[in-house]
Ligand binder design. Structure first.
Ligand code: BTN
Length: 240
């Protein structure tokens, strides 16, 4: 994948901008600051000015990845972020399904995938880099507390190096998916949700509890025998 990276000082939401542009595959938009960042399930994503890596990448999976398998794209992005943070920052991280990157049971990064009418998939990534404890937003769904690389003891983390590593890894995993391959093994290895008792808050105010038993071939979380494609997962045991 050849990425074409544009950097802007400030915008509302890099996801919104790339969706609107409907540009070519490989377009990447990095914003030093977002004023209207979007989160999963219609939420907002707030990052203090200049303290986070916020960017989006536009993909055009077209026929190579059928719609049922496109759920793997944000999961691939989660693996890419986790791998980059481990390799560049030497931190222990894990993924909470679908793609929250956790360190010490706190959320370091979130990912939002959105699809345009023309079939483009925009993957937006927000990674808290240098925010101090008092700059971080309040806890999110299920009481999940945010963190940053600085709070995790890595105040010198370099956002540009992280961006390059994440794009490199995401590009390679995208190529695997486009070729009909699987990234399930790598995802499962990163996913701290599996084997845990969880509560899942499903869209529409429904809740279910059970043990997370696996990831199916479309990237959905299996809670006992039920496949979940969207929702907030809360780990009920005291570990990541
Ligand atoms: C979540 O955890 O709810 C997902 C957060 C995704 C945030 C990123 S920041 C870059 C991109 N632009 C947005 O407006 N959102 C995503």
């Amino acid at each position: 994948m050849n990425w074409d990276v544009t950097v802007v000082e400030e915008t509302g939401s890099t996801n919104a901008d790339l969706l609107k542009s409907d540009g070519p595959e490989g377009s990447v938009l990095v914003a030093r600051h977002q004023t209207a960042g979007r989160g999963r399930l219609g939420r907002t994503w707030h990052t203090p000015k200049g303290e986070a890596l916020t960017f989006s990448a536009l993909l055009r999976p077209d026929a190579a990845i059928p719609p049922s398998r496109r759920g793997w794209l944000p999961l691939a992005a989660g693996v890419a972020v986790a791998t980059a943070v481990r390799d560049l920052c030497d931190l222990t991280v894990s993924l909470k399904w679908p793609n929250d990157v956790l360190h010490a049971r706190r959320k370091l990064s979130g990912i939002l995938a959105e699809q345009s009418a023309s079939g483009a998939v925009v993957i937006g990534i927000g990674l808290n880099v240098s925010a101090t404890e008092d700059q971080l937003p309040p806890p999110g769904p299920g009481g999940l507390v945010p963190t940053s690389l600085a709070v995790a003891g890595r105040p010198d983390a370099e956002p540009d190096a992280l961006l390059a590593a994440i794009l490199d890894d995401l590009g390679r995993r995208y190529d695997v998916l486009r070729a009909g391959g699987s990234i399930r093994g790598e995802y499962v290895a990163w996913c701290g949700t599996l084997g845990q008792p969880v509560r899942v808050e499903l869209p529409g105010d429904k809740t279910m509890t059970g043990t997370a038993t696996g990831i199916d071939e479309d990237g959905r979380l299996l809670v006992e025998t039920v496949a979940v494609s969207a929702g907030d997962v809360i780990h009920l045991r005291l570990q990541s």
